[in-house]
Design a protein. Structure first.
Length: 432
C-alpha cells in the first residue's frame, strides 16, 4: 500500500498547478477517472460530471512606489485574489500607500488564515472598506512565502476592493513605504472567461437497495501542486474505494472527488444542486479533508482534526485511530454542536451525519512549496488504515439498529443520533 500511495501522490503533484477549470484540472480529472476504473475492475460506475463556471487567470499583480532615496521600486510577483468584486485592469490604479484603517488609497494589511478569514478580521475589513481603493496583503504566519487565501465569496460574484497578495518577504519593505505615505501604483488584473469544471464520481452499488447509502467526498483542486494538501487525501480516497469495490457492500457507496475547493467549494455545491437530498438521506457522509500526513508532524505531535456529528460516530472514529497508534494526544475533535471547517461545513448545514478527518501542521499549506518531499508517508498510511476501519464499520453495520443510532432511519428520517445532535446544538445556543 505504501508504494501505491507514494506513486499516487507523485503523479498528482507532478501534473502541475491544480486550479479549478484549468487544463491541468481537466487532465487530472481524466487521470483520476482512469485510476478509479483500474482499481475497481468494473465494480464501480465511474463518471466525470462537468458543470459551467468562471475561469479566472491572473494577468498581472504588482505594486510600484518611491523609496527613501527617490528611486522607484517595483514588486511584480503578486497574485490578485480570486474573489474580488472588481479588479484594476492592466492600467492599474494610483494613490497614497498607507496602512489598513488609515485614510489611504492603497492599504497594507496582514492576514493569518489562508483558509477562511473571519469577516471581522482586519484583512476582511480592509477589503470592504470605503476608505481604500485597493488592498495589498501578506501573511503574518510565515517570514516568506505566499499562502493563497481561499476565494470563499467566489459564488457570490466576489467582494470588496481589488486585493493583491504578496510574498511575506516583502512586508518590511511595504511597511517602510506605507509609513512615509508615498505615492504608489498597484495592478491587480484578472482575465475571466466561461469554462467547464469537473467532479469525478465512482459509485459502488450495494446489494441491498433499501439501505441508505454512504457518501464519501474529497476535494481534488487547489492553488498549487498540493502534494500534502490534496494529493495525500486523494491517495487515501482511492485506497478506500479499492477496498469498498472489492467487498461487494450491502450499502451503495458513492465516492465524489470535487473540484472548486479553493473557489468556495463550488464543486460540492454543484453536487448538492444535482442531488439536493442525498447528504441528509445518506447513512453517513465521510469527508477526506486536507493535509493528511505532513512531514512536520512528529511521532508525538497532534496529527488529526476530527469533525464529527454525534457521539456514536466519534466513538467509532476514536477506536479506529487507537487501533493504528493514534491516541487522544494525537488528535483534536470538533463536536457536532459546532460548525466545522472545510467541506464538512456543507455537511453540517444540510443536516447530514458526518465524519471529517483533516491533517495538521502542513507548514506549506496553500503555497507552491507543498511538494512531494513534504509528505509523511508512514503517517498517511496510518490515517488511511484508520479511515478504512471507519468506512468498513459504517458499510457493514446492522442497518435497522445503527441507522437510528447514527441519526438516520433507512427512509432518510431523523433517528436518535440526529436528535442527539439537535439537543447538543440547543445546549450550545443556550450558553451564548
Amino acid at each position: 500500500m505504501e508504494d501505491r500511495m507514494r506513486e499516487t501522490v507523485a503523479q498528482y503533484t507532478r501534473q502541475g498547478v491544480h486550479r479549478t477549470a484549468t487544463s491541468v484540472d481537466t487532465l487530472s480529472a481524466a487521470w483520476l477517472a482512469d485510476r478509479m476504473e483500474q482499481i475497481t475492475g468494473g465494480a464501480a460506475q465511474v463518471r466525470q460530471k462537468s458543470f459551467p463556471t468562471r475561469r479566472l487567470t491572473p494577468s498581472a499583480g504588482s505594486i510600484s512606489f518611491r523609496t527613501a532615496d527617490g528611486s522607484t521600486q517595483t514588486i511584480d510577483d503578486g497574485l490578485p485574489m480570486f474573489d474580488c468584486a472588481t479588479y484594476t485592469g492592466l492600467e492599474g490604479i494610483s494613490g497614497k500607500l498607507g496602512f489598513a484603517g488609515q485614510d489611504c488609497d492603497i492599504a497594507v494589511v496582514r492576514y493569518s488564515d489562508s483558509n477562511d478569514p473571519a469577516p471581522t478580521s482586519e484583512f476582511m475589513q480592509a477589503r470592504t472598506s470605503s476608505r481604500h481603493l485597493a488592498v495589498i496583503a501578506t501573511c503574518d504566519s510565515c517570514s516568506s512565502g505566499l499562502p493563497v487565501v481561499n476565494a470563499q465569496r467566489f459564488l457570490d460574484g466576489g467582494v470588496g476592493r481589488p486585493t493583491l497578495l504578496l510574498d511575506s518577504k516583502h512586508y518590511e519593505t511595504l511597511c517602510k513605504a506605507a509609513e512615509r505615505y508615498v505615492d504608489a501604483h498597484l495592478v491587480a488584473s484578472m482575465h475571466q472567461e466561461t469554462a467547464e469544471a469537473i467532479n469525478v464520481e465512482a459509485e459502488v452499488t450495494g446489494t441491498d437497495p433499501c439501505l441508505a447509502p454512504l457518501l464519501l467526498i474529497t476535494p481534488r483542486s487547489g492553488w498549487w501542486n498540493c502534494a500534502v494538501e490534496r494529493g495525500a487525501s486523494l491517495a487515501a480516497f482511492l485506497e478506500v474505494l479499492q477496498m469498498v469495490a472489492a467487498s461487494k457492500p450491502k450499502r451503495t457507496c458513492l465516492f465524489s472527488a470535487n473540484t472548486g475547493h479553493e473557489l468556495g467549494h463550488i464543486g460540492l455545491h454543484h453536487f448538492v444542486s444535482e442531488r439536493p437530498s442525498y447528504m441528509k438521506q445518506a447513512h453517513v457522509c465521510i469527508h477526506f479533508g486536507a493535509n493528511w500526513g505532513s512531514v512536520h508532524v512528529n511521532e508525538k505531535d497532534r496529527a488529526v482534526l476530527l469533525q464529527i456529528s454525534n457521539d456514536t460516530l466519534q466513538s467509532v472514529a476514536e477506536k479506529a485511530l487507537f487501533r493504528h497508534g493514534l491516541d487522544y494526544a494525537r488528535f483534536s475533535i470538533v463536536p457536532g454542536n459546532k460548525r466545522p471547517f472545510g467541506e464538512a461545513r456543507e455537511l453540517y448545514d444540510f443536516g447530514a451525519n458526518y465524519v471529517s478527518m483533516i491533517g495538521m501542521q502542513n507548514l506549506e499549506f496553500h503555497t507552491k512549496e507543498d511538494v512531494e518531499s513534504c509528505l509523511n508517508l508512514p503517517l498517511l498510511v496510518k490515517l488511511t488504515a484508520a479511515m478504512k476501519d471507519i468506512v468498513r464499520h459504517k458499510m457493514t453495520e446492522d442497518a435497522q439498529k445503527k441507522t437510528a443510532a447514527d441519526g438516520l432511519t433507512s427512509d432518510g428520517g431523523v433517528g436518535d443520533g440526529g436528535r442527539e445532535r439537535s439537543r447538543s446544538r440547543e445546549r450550545a445556543k443556550s450558553k451564548l
